[in-house]
Design a protein around this ligand. Structure first.
Ligand code: RIB
Ligand code: CA
Length: 307
């Protein structure tokens, strides 16, 4: 039986690739997509989710738009990485479909209640929707959360913090505090999922959706070349989907993770107690390694299935 999932995302180049990976993988049943502010405003991330679903011929997948701002913090979007549209690079027509009328949290509650089995949430943006959902509906009906966010080592939005957690640290802490199995796929793992010329070539040979993904990567590479000198881009969010899809690709360790919320300097830092320096209880499976070659083999093969 396919694993029922909901993708909570802020497309965003890597979110879009994560969405396409999910669509190309019959092991997953994508119940729907919820959107949040993050890489761009909620309006733009929602439009981008609809555009990508339509491109893949999956206008049947419902999209519910959610949070337009963090629980407490000021809204900051990552236009410097993803561009003015949030999905700059390839040409994509505006969406012809609309999101469902319900807010993301309300829609999620209905879908979880009606699902045939426990639902896996895969958040790949700021965690505001997920925190609100857990606060209003609790963990009942959820299998686990596999999120892209955080880092054991350095951050990317600041030296201390990864963007998704930095954007809404209070929401991230609430997710970690929930009575639920949580997996944190952080930068330590996703920075091992950096494309290169060979992956780009394989994507372009994989069909029209593969060409689209390669064009997304071309744009996403600009920021990463300027920042890190890489000849490619980290497909952060697709690693979270791949972890649900193919257990074993990502190695994890069960550890305590807390989020810094007081300091401005270290706002949003995920403090991972990797070596048991404290007696704080473990609350997350933390990604520590990735089989990069196997990840890209899976990604290219599944994108190729989309035609
Ligand atoms: O820090 C990387 C994360 O922030 C990714 O999910 C990217 O899409 C942005 O949301
Ligand atoms: Ca994202």
């Amino acid at each position: 039986m396919a694993t029922p999932i909901i993708l909570d995302c802020d497309p965003g180049h890597d979110d879009a690739i994560a969405l396409l990976l999910a669509l190309g993988s019959p092991e997953l049943e994508l119940l729907g997509v919820t959107t949040t502010y993050g890489n761009q405003t909620l309006e733009k991330t929602t439009a981008n989710a609809l555009r990508v679903l339509e491109l893949a011929g999956r206008g049947d997948v419902p999209v519910a738009s959610g949070a337009s701002a963090p629980l407490e913090r000021k809204l900051v979007v990552a236009a410097h990485v993803h561009g003015e549209s949030g999905l700059d690079g390839p040409t994509l027509p505006p969406p012809s479909l609309a999101p469902v009328s319900e807010d993301a949290v309300e829609w999620m509650a209905g879908v979880v209640a009606d699902a045939a089995g426990p639902v896996t949430l895969i958040p790949t943006g700021p965690l505001t929707n997920v925190a609100r959902y857990l606060d209003e509906h609790g963990a009942e009906g959820l299998e686990r959360i596999v999120l892209m966010g955080g880092a054991i080592a350095e951050g990317n939005m600041t030296p201390a913090a990864e963007f998704n957690v930095w954007a809404d640290p209070e929401a991230a802490q609430a997710v970690l505090d929930a009575p639920l199995d949580v997996t944190m796929i952080g930068l330590d793992v996703t920075h091992k999922a950096v494309t290169g010329p060979d992956v780009q070539r394989r994507l372009r040979d994989a069909g029209s959706i593969g060409v689209f993904v390669a064009e997304l990567v071309d744009f996403f590479t600009v920021y990463h070349r300027e920042t890190y000198g890489w000849d490619g881009a980290p497909i952060h969010d697709a690693v979270a989907v791949a972890h649900v899809l193919r257990p074993g690709l990502v190695q994890t360790k069960l550890r305590n993770v807390e989020v810094e919320r007081e300091s401005e300097l270290c706002r949003g830092r995920t403090v991972v107690d990797l070596w048991h320096r404290t007696d704080r209880p473990a609350n997350a499976h933390v990604g520590v390694d990735l089989d990069s070659a196997a990840f890209f083999d899976l990604l290219v093969e599944r994108i190729g299935r989309l035609g």
